[in-house]
Write a protein that binds this ligand. Sequence first.
Ligand code: ADP
Ligand code: MG
Length: 563
Amino acid sequence: MALYGVPVLILKEGTSRAHGKEALKANIMATKVLAEILRSSLGPRGLDKMLVDSFGDITVTNDGAAIVKEMEVQHPAAKLLVEAAKAVDAEVGDGTTSVVVLAGALLERAEKLLDQGIHPTIIIEGYKKAMNKALEILDEIAIKVPISNIEVVEEREKAKAELKKTLYTTLASKYIATSDVLDKIMDMVMEAAFTAAEKRAEGNYDIKLDMVKIEKKRGGSLGDSMLIYGVVLDKEVVHPAMPRRVEKARIALLDTPLEIEKPDITAKINITSPDQIRAFLEEEAKILRDYVEKIASVGANVVICQKGIDDVAQHYLAKKGIMAVRRVKRSDMEKLEKATGGRIVTSIRDLTERDLGECSLVEERRIGNDKMMFVEKCKNPKAATILLRGANDMLLDEVERSINDALHAVRNILRDPKIVPGGGATEIEVAMRLRKWAESIAGREQLAVLAFADALDEIPSVLAQTAGMDVLETVMELRKTHAEGRKSSGIDVINGKVNDDMINLNIVEPVIVKKQIIKSATETATTIMKIDDVIAASPKKEEKPGKKGREEEEEEGARLPLD
Ligand code: ADP
Ligand code: MG
């Protein structure tokens, strides 16, 4: 632009700008591509993705959240979708693939409306109305799960039987679904979740998932996995002369090294005689001995330290019969703090008897070729650890992700004990009712509501596709069965046919998850549709090889030799 012949620069040189319909189309394209990638991972017949990160580490998974986390998505609109999937994962722990697939479908349908000359704001309004109606419909069709008083043994078993139905569906698409230890794993998950459950005034339960720890140890097989009522640490006792087993443990949780810290600055000490060396070392030993005296004087018989423990300090601790573990992760320290009712102390001088945590047993046990620490039967009985065993890290990681999903599923149901049928049944039913409702909407918004309903069909379509069924035929058949009032007829993906009763087949999902999927997908799709201008700064120029800074070189070195 020139004003009186003087050029006015608003954007930096090299900035690219896409405007209006062109910008919107590009954004929709990017999200469609992402949805396309994830489609094939949906459901129990979904396939896995193998992802290689920039360090060459490999992840094999069909967990939507894990896929989008590992993929280094570049396009800004696709990134929005990735964020939505991550948010759903954080909120309900499931439904990530569905969010991406649904958002992609919503945008694809929106694109068609745009091509017919309908303005984005009308589509956005229509989608929002349809979303609210869909949430209402979900409430109408949700089925209550009879779960109460899980503290009572018989009720607990009943609740487990109910929860298992949902867990089958959550885990159906995972590796462990086909393993012979599925039942054992589900039982561990439910026990762990119940252990961490807190009853709320409204009669439902809240599960403090941060009280459940998943610890992985390579070796053995999945069937060797176990549940521990307490906290397990991948650590061993530091000194051979220390006890391996302490009952009625009183635990000092330290976030300070039991070492003489070296000064940060280089200090020079002039020593002129051997006596001075001895005096110097003796002084050091005395400080460490005083630390240990202090720990013993408050009554601790176990020390769990986030930092290091010096050889000399270890020796003194062993002499006092105190068990010690060092370099424990911060997250574990925090779990121990909650589980044992202790307090992490940052200065030995401030340690008092009240800071000590308590539990019935701390023991070092051999697991495979390694030793691990078991902190059991803690003061706060809400802590639990699932110790996973398995042949390799990739398997362990995938099982950990599945267990996380399962824990979330239990939490979802205990929070709001309502389920809906899976296998596409719910989507078909909601879409059908939306289409009917759309008749009451005037003008072009009606088209948007209808497009929204069509987008919901995408989930059963993809499920049918993964099962090798005829997509169109299947969706039509489902529309027919639902029109006849068979509300829970859906796709039995495993046997590749339509089944009239998903609930009976135990293909069910928490209504919370379905709601979250619809909300997040709609929000993301409408956010993307509102964008009519993409102004992107030019990417930082890559410097020529040979002139790189050190850091860049290191990054470069870590990259895979793909290019
Ligand atoms: P997400 O990441 O969205 O949770 P999943 O891969 O877990 O994706 O697939 C979930 C979908 O698979 C849901 O729509 C659910 O109803 C469906 N599903 C799960 N098990 C079955 C089954 N046995 N038959 C048909 N559909 C199933
Ligand atoms: Mg799932």
